[in-house]
Design a protein around this ligand. Structure first.
Ligand SMILES: Cc1ncc(COP(=O)(O)O)c(C=O)c1O
Length: 362
């Protein structure tokens, strides 16, 4: 989308991004933070996000897909890119050519990498309890480390695991950490990058780790956290629009698809040009929106391209509307939808332009 005409945009505050990045660095002294920028930087716009982090000195990132890795590589020639998701046999030559750090995560991927015959930088993933990707038996992990270390075309650059309950169950997390440490102690070789923590663990335990070199920062880079109490983060995305039209309903008039809303008195309705095709899904119908510092309730069903708020008389066409990121937080939206804020920001569709904003310097 080159020209932007529509007033509905996700505003990305890069100063907040830099602030959150630095805050994470403070909680991981001596370690390198790996920004996790998969899924279009959790919906925030991958290239602008990485460019700003690059300006802050970051020379590494993590993504999930090869497509994501290649998109980043096209713009940033001199950074490390870790692909955490599965690389299939036919992807390995592309990974090699584009210098993508690739994850070995099961026996098949180990076999494929050992047979690849092209130079590869490999991180071995250990499953310590997430049970998604990673080798889990100690003997298979040791054999994998040895064979990867000995393969002349492989640079065994990393060893990592992923914590599944850092924000929900500290004792399970500690069990995973202990399992990882035991693997590391037995390992015949220690790669130069060892990483365990995600956002929650960075703020809770990374400063106590003496066995890691890196930590992977995802959701909290974007100013969001599921922890209680929350770290002092600053939200990066706000979703905004304007009042597209003002309608007046008489008592008894019905509104929108299905005529599901009926005015109980004479009412003023703001039509806002954002709908479910923008990722502002129909289940947001019980939400409020913010206009001129006040909350107003959405009414009626959310359309593909528009929704309705019942507003007070002073509200006019063109007034700015904030869907979330102001009075209404991403947490509030996530709670109301019965989900987590990861799903809220990644769910804003590609039809919504991401616009960077230069906020106040911290
Ligand atoms: C392997 C891996 N590491 C790190 C992260 C970042 O986690 P968070 O967003 O909780 O910081 C993710 C996110 O899903 C992940 O899958």
């Amino acid at each position: 989308m080159s020209e932007i005409y529509r007033p509905t945009v996700a505003v990305i505050d890069l100063d907040h991004l830099a602030y959150n990045f630095k805050l994470a660095q403070k909680h991981a002294p001596g370690k390198t933070i790996i920004p996790v920028i998969k899924a279009n930087a959790y919906g925030h716009g991958v290239i602008d996000v990485m460019r700003h982090l690059y300006d802050q000195g970051s020379r590494i990132c993590a993504v999930s897909l090869l497509e994501e890795a290649l998109e980043v590589r096209k713009v940033f020639d001199d950074i490390d890119i870790l692909m955490m998701g599965p690389a299939f046999k036919n992807d390995l030559t592309t990974c090699s050519k584009a210098r993508i750090m690739t994850t070995v995560y099961d026996q098949e991927s180990l076999r494929d990498v050992l047979k690849a015959g092209v130079p590869l930088s490999i991180h071995l993933k250990v499953d310590t309890g997430m049970r998604r990707y990673g080798l889990s038996q100690t003997d298979e992990i040791m054999k994998a480390l040895k064979s990867l270390h000995e393969a002349s075309h492989v640079d065994l650059s990393g060893l990592y695991t992923h914590l599944s309950t850092a924000d929900t169950d500290e004792s399970y997390m500690q069990g995973q950490i202990e399992r990882f440490k035991a693997i590391l102690e037995l390992s015949p070789v220690v790669p130069r990058m060892v990483h365990v923590a995600n956002s929650s663990a960075i703020f809770k335990v990374e400063s106590t780790f003496d066995f890691t070199t890196h930590a992977r920062l995802g959701i909290s880079l974007y100013g969001l956290s599921l922890d209680h109490p929350k770290p002092d983060l600053r939200p990066v995305m706000s979703l905004v629009s304007v009042v597209g039209s003002i309608r007046h309903l008489n008592k008894g008039d019905v509104l929108g698809y299905g005529a599901t809303y009926q005015a109980t008195r004479d009412e003023t309705i703001a039509v806002i040009p954002i709908g479910y095709a923008d990722g502002f899904i129909r289940r947001n119908r019980d939400s409020d929106v913010e206009i001129k510092g006040h909350r107003y309730p959405l009414v009626g069903t959310i359309c593909m391209d528009a929704c309705f708020a019942r507003v007070s008389d002073g509200i006019q066409k063109g007034d700015p509307v904030t869907l979330f990121g102001g009075l209404i937080t991403t947490d509030e939206v996530a709670n109301r939808l019965g989900t987590i804020h990861y799903e809220v920001t990644t769910g804003i569709s590609s039809r919504v332009p991401r616009i960077t904003k230069k906020g106040l310097r911290t």
